[in-house]
Unconditional design. Sequence first.
Length: 117
Amino acid sequence: MRIPRHPTLLKRQIDSRVRQFRARGPLLGASLVRIARTCRSPGCHCQTGTKHVGNYLTFAVQGKTRTVYVPLDLVEEVRAWIQEHRRLKALSREISALSIARVKGHVKARKRRKGRS
């Protein structure tokens, strides 16, 4: 992202991103992983061939990683929730960067205005 120097452009970009900063649906701060496992049944095909595949959410709770099974019919919906969380997180980073640039540029703009009067 290119950060402009002019205060008006900065304000315009911040306002634009703040308007976009609305959740379009549920959001989920986790990762979706696909895990292949073997079960404990001695005669099962997974002991020698294809393993059982499942989708799981991984997320941290008080510094510890937790996993939750995601049923197949919910996988696409959960992916959309995770994507929405990532979109809002990226927008938040952009708004912060633009706001910092606006604060830094405030002093320079004030000095410029003083010099013109």
